[in-house]
Ligand binder design. Structure first.
Ligand SMILES: [Zn+2]
Length: 163
């Protein structure tokens, strides 16, 4: 007997529940890590875009995607990685950036490829919105974050690095 194909909407819904291992308030769909889903009689193909090159979480994310699809009963799952267009923090929707800020992480500013210029801009504290902040450590807990210190409310915070 032929199995009914699982529709894309259901797949997107379920994939939309996988949270980013480094930023638990965001999902892989919100992070634009999952770029496309194609369902055919040959199986399901998911295209993902790595965020930061060398991100150690990529294998973990692939595992999560596989288990979600397996739970849906999808067969012949393939996960492809694409680097075109390269992932950029500019892909994040404004509401996604707001979620980051509400979580206490300063969101990345729009860079349009002008990274050097953008990195000179003041970073607003996610707690008090003051721009009296300074870079405390260029490397945060992960590759994608930097540690800043707010001279106004005297708290350190993480900043999502623009790329
Ligand atoms: Zn502050």
């Amino acid at each position: 007997m032929e199995k009914a194909m699982i529709d894309q909407t259901t797949i997107w819904q379920e994939l939309g529940k996988i949270t980013d291992p480094e930023i638990p308030v965001l999902t892989l769909v919100e992070m634009q890590v999952i770029r496309s889903v194609a369902v055919s009689e040959d199986g399901v193909k998911v295209v993902i875009s790595p965020t930061f090159v060398g991100c150690p979480a990529m294998e973990h994310m692939k595992g999560e995607i596989r288990s979600v699809l397996a739970a849906l009963g999808c067969e012949n799952v393939s996960i492809e990685t694409t680097f075109t267009p390269p992932w950029s923090t500019d892909m994040l929707e404004p509401e996604v950036k707001e979620k980051l800020r509400a979580f206490g992480i300063a969101p990345p500013p729009k860079n349009e490829g002008e990274l050097v210029a953008v990195l000179q801009l003041p970073v607003a504290c996610p707690f008090c919105n003051s721009t009296h902040t300074h870079l405390d450590s260029p490397f945060g807990a992960t590759l994608c974050k930097q540690i800043y210190y707010c001279d106004n409310c005297r708290q350190s915070f993480e900043r999502f690095k623009p790329i």
